[in-house]
Design a protein around this ligand. Structure first.
Ligand SMILES: [Zn+2]
Length: 210
């Protein structure tokens, strides 16, 4: 806790005064260009990875970067997506998974979740990911872990597209959706290419889109 309090003191006394003009502009409005949906994992820090500033991205974090399909859970994730699309009119939604994801490990290791009924129910939304393992189920547990993380990004990307406001904005070409994978060890991001059904380095994906 002391680390948090020391951090706040530094922010209040050193960082905030340097950026007070920015915060004055942001005090009563926001216009983020993207909704970034990622895992709650402490090692995934969107503002660090993307070098974004206050006001740049609208963020939604859930265990396993899960997006329940439309109609299956009218919870915080669905409301956040609806608000981002209908009110903030974001141009992009990114679903970002990451290496060494505990939510995926719970599935691949078949952990006993009987003491965690809410977690067990929530992680049930990962199950559709199995069908996106195009090359079958790898026998090596580490390979399976990484493959299922990628497959889960695709599954949640597909769930995202079932939300009516997302589907509408996509149809009107007001929105683009993206599936990303972030590697904690290397800092590299891969992007899902829905046509090729594979992940490619983000730099390559951006170059192809230009
Ligand atoms: Zn995770």
């Amino acid at each position: 806790m002391q680390k948090l309090l020391d951090g706040y003191a530094k922010f209040r006394n050193q960082v905030f005064p340097q950026q007070k003009d920015r915060f004055r502009l942001l005090a009563d409005r926001q216009a983020p260009d993207a909704l970034f949906i990622t895992c709650s994992d402490s090692r995934v820090v969107p503002d660090l990875i993307l070098q974004t500033e206050p006001g740049d991205i609208f963020v939604c974090r859930t265990a396993g970067n899960i997006v329940p399909p439309h109609g299956q859970m009218a919870g915080g994730v669905s409301a956040t997506i609806e608000y981002a699309v209908e009110v903030l009119a974001v141009s992009h939604i990114i679903v970002c998974g990451h290496s060494d994801c505990g939510a995926i490990k719970a599935i691949t290791d078949r952990r006993d979740l009987s003491r965690l009924p809410l977690t067990a129910k929530w992680l049930g939304f990962i199950e559709p990911a199995w069908k996106f393992l195009d090359a079958g189920i790898p026998s090596d547990p580490r390979v399976l872990h990484t493959a299922l993380i990628h497959a889960n990004v695709i599954a949640q990307y597909e769930h995202l597209r079932t939300h009516p406001e997302v589907a509408r904005a996509l149809a009107h070409k007001k929105l683009q959706v993206h599936g990303w994978y972030y590697d904690i060890l290397t800092g590299a991001i891969e992007a899902y290419d829905p046509e090729e059904r594979k992940f490619i380095p983000l730099e390559q994906s951006i170059a192809a889109a230009r």
